[in-house]
Design a protein around this ligand. Structure first.
Ligand SMILES: Cc1cc2nc3c(=O)[nH]c(=O)nc-3n(C[C@H](O)[C@H](O)[C@H](O)COP(=O)(O)OP(=O)(O)OC[C@H]3O[C@@H](n4cnc5c(N)ncnc54)[C@H](O)[C@@H]3O)c2cc1C
Length: 437
C-alpha cells in the first residue's frame, strides 16, 4: 500500500509516520522549500503542542471530540515522548517541548520520518487530484526549482529566486489531504488546497480568519497603543446580542486590539459587530469572580465613590490616577461622556451631576471599541471553516464520498482555542488518518 500525503505540516508528517509505522510506503508532497515551516514558529517559537485540559474547539467541537476519542491526550503525549520530545506542562493546560523550542518538535518529526524511509518531496505543489480508473489516485501539479540562496552581509541568506516550474504527477493507493487552511499564507497555506477535496463533492464551510487581532477605528485608541490590560471581552452583533465572550490579556494596538482575549473573538466577527471591554479588573482590581450584572456595576460605582471621598479636592481627571494610565483615564472619561468636566473639582461635579460616577462605572465595565474587522488571513494563526466534517468519518478521517481519500488537520472545518488545541487536532487527525487501513 502506497500512501500519498499532500502537505508536509504537523498533520501531514504525523500521518506519514503513522502510515509508515503501519507498514505502508509513504510520499509527502510539500509545496514549500522545507516541511514543517509553520510548526517551527508556533507558540512564539516555543511550540504549544498540546493541551491537557478539556477540549476547547469553537469550530467542529463534536468532530474534534470524536477524533480525540480515537486519539486521546495520553496517546498524543506518548507519541511526542516516543519521538524523543520530553513534554512540559505549563499554566492553563498548555504543553510544550521541555526545550521550549518548537524546532525540537520539527527535528524529531523529521528524524522519525527519515528513519521510516518516508519520502518527502519539497517544492512540490499538488494542484489537482484525480481518482484513477484502475484504483488509486493521482496528484497533478508542479515542482519548482530555485536558484541557490544568496548570502547577505548580515550573515543571513536570501532565498534563491524561482528558476523553473515543471509539471509533475504522483500516485498513491490512497491519499491524505493535509494541506492546511487559508491562514498564514506566508507558511504555504492560502486556501488553494480546498479544491483538492471539493473536486470530490466535499462541501466547504466558508473559511474565515481565527485567532487574530481585531481592527478598530484607530483614532480613539491611538494614545492607548502598547498598553496591556486584563479584561473580559464581549463581541456583540449589530442588534446588541452577545456573539462570544473571552477573558484574559488584551493589548491595545495602533489599529485595534490584540492579545489572546481579543484574538479568540476574531472567528466570530461579522460586519456590524461591536466590542465591549470590561476593564474593572485592570482599573479597580475587581477579580473575575465579581462577575457582571447590575450588582457588580453598583460595586464599581461604590469603589469610585470611596476614591472620590479620598480625593475630595481633586478634579475628576485625577480620580483614577494610580489606577489607570493617563491615556486610559482620558479614554474612560471620553467613553463616559465626562471629558468636558475633567477639570471640575469632584465635589462640585458630583453635586451638579449625581449620576457621573455611575456613568464612569459603566465606561469601566463596558468600555466600547468600534471594531471594523479582523487583521485577516495574513495575520491569523488559524482558519475557521474549511472542508465540512460531515463528509468524513471521524474514526478514520476517510471521506464518506470517496473511499481511499482522507483529510487531516486544519484543512477540515475544525478550529481550536488558543492554547495548543490546533496542533493537538492536527497531530491527532494525522495519526488517525495515517494509521487507518
Ligand atoms: C504564528 C502561528 C503560531 C501558532 N501557534 C500555535 C500553537 O502554539 N499551538 C497550536 O496548537 N497551534 C498554533 N498555531 C496553529 C497551528 O500551527 C496550525 O493549526 C497547524 O499547523 C495546522 O497543521 P496542518 O498540518 O493541518 O497545516 P499546516 O501546518 O498549515 O501545514 C500544511 C502544509 O501543507 C502545505 N501545502 C499547502 N497546499 C499544498 C499543496 N497544494 N501541495 C503541497 N503542499 C501544500 C503547506 O505548505 C504547509 O506546509 C499557530 C499558527 C501560526 C501561524
Amino acid at each position: 500500500m502506497h500512501t500519498l500525503i499532500i502537505g508536509g505540516g504537523a498533520a501531514g508528517m504525523a500521518a506519514a509516520i503513522a502510515a509508515a509505522r503501519a507498514g505502508q510506503t509513504v510520499t509527502v508532497l510539500e509545496r514549500g522549500r522545507r516541511p514543517l515551516k509553520k510548526l517551527g514558529v508556533t507558540g512564539n517559537g516555543r511550540g504549544n503542542l498540546l493541551n491537557a485540559g478539556a477540549p476547547d474547539y469553537p469550530g467542529g467541537a463534536d468532530f474534534a471530540a470524536q477524533v480525540l476519542a480515537a486519539m486521546p491526550y495520553e496517546r498524543l503525549a506518548a507519541f511526542w515522548e516516543d519521538l524523543g520530545v520530553p513534554l512540559r506542562l505549563e499554566e492553563e493546560g498548555r504543553v510544550y517541548p521541555a526545550s521550549f523550542l518548537a524546532s525540537s518538535a520539527v527535528d524529531a518529526l523529521l528524524l522519525a520520518a527519515r528513519r521510516l524511509n518516508v519520502e518527502i518531496i519539497v517544492n512540490a505543489r499538488a494542484a489537482e487530484l484525480v481518482r484513477l480508473p484502475g484504483g488509486g489516485f493521482e496528484a497533478r501539479g508542479t515542482v519548482c526549482r530555485y536558484l541557490p540562496d544568496v548570502s547577505k552581509k548580515n550573515g543571513k541568506a536570501r532565498p534563491g529566486a524561482l528558476a523553473e516550474e515543471t509539471p509533475a504527477r504522483w500516485r498513491g493507493d490512497r491519499v491524505i489531504v493535509a494541506a492546511g487552511g487559508a491562514a498564514a499564507p506566508a507558511h504555504g497555506t492560502d486556501g488553494g488546497a480546498y479544491g483538492l477535496l471539493t473536486a470530490f463533492g466535499h462541501a466547504l464551510t466558508p473559511p474565515r480568519p481565527a485567532l487574530c487581532a481585531l481592527l478598530a477605528d484607530p483614532e480613539p485608541l491611538r494614545a492607548l497603543a502598547g498598553q496591556r490590560v486584563r479584561a473580559a471581552l464581549r463581541l456583540l452583533d449589530a442588534r446588541g446580542a452577545c456573539l462570544a465572550e473571552s477573558r484574559g490579556e488584551a493589548l491595545f494596538a495602533p489599529d485595534g486590539v490584540s492579545g489572546i482575549a481579543a484574538m479568540q473573538l476574531a472567528r466570530w466577527w461579522k460586519p456590524g459587530s461591536a466590542l465591549r471591554m470590561d476593564l474593572r479588573e485592570a482599573v479597580l482590581g475587581l477579580s473575575a469572580a465579581e462577575g457582571g450584572g447590575p450588582e457588580a456595576l453598583t460595586e464599581t460605582e461604590r469603589l469610585l465613590r470611596l476614591r472620590a471621598q479620598r480625593r475630595d479636592g481633586c478634579p475628576l481627571s485625577e480620580l483614577l490616577t494610580g489606577a489607570a494610565s493617563p491615556a486610559l483615564n482620558d479614554a474612560l472619561l471620553r467613553a463616559a461622556g465626562l471629558e468636558r468636566h475633567s477639570r471640575e473639582p469632584l465635589r462640585q461635579l458630583l453635586s451638579a451631576r449625581p449620576g457621573a460616577l455611575a456613568q464612569l462605572a459603566r465606561a469601566i465595565a463596558d468600555f466600547p471599541v468600534s471594531v471594523t474587522g479582523t487583521r485577516g488571513f495574513d495575520a491569523a494563526q488559524v482558519t475557521a471553516g474549511g472542508a465540512a466534517t460531515g463528509g468524513f468519518d471521524p474514526r478514520t478521517l476517510q471521506s464518506r464520498l470517496c473511499p481511499g481519500l482522507y483529510a487531516a488537520g486544519e484543512v477540515l472545518d475544525v478550529d481550536g482555542a488558543c492554547g495548543g488545541f490546533n496542533l493537538m487536532f492536527a497531530v491527532a487527525s494525522g495519526l488517525v488518518a495515517g494509521g487507518a487501513k
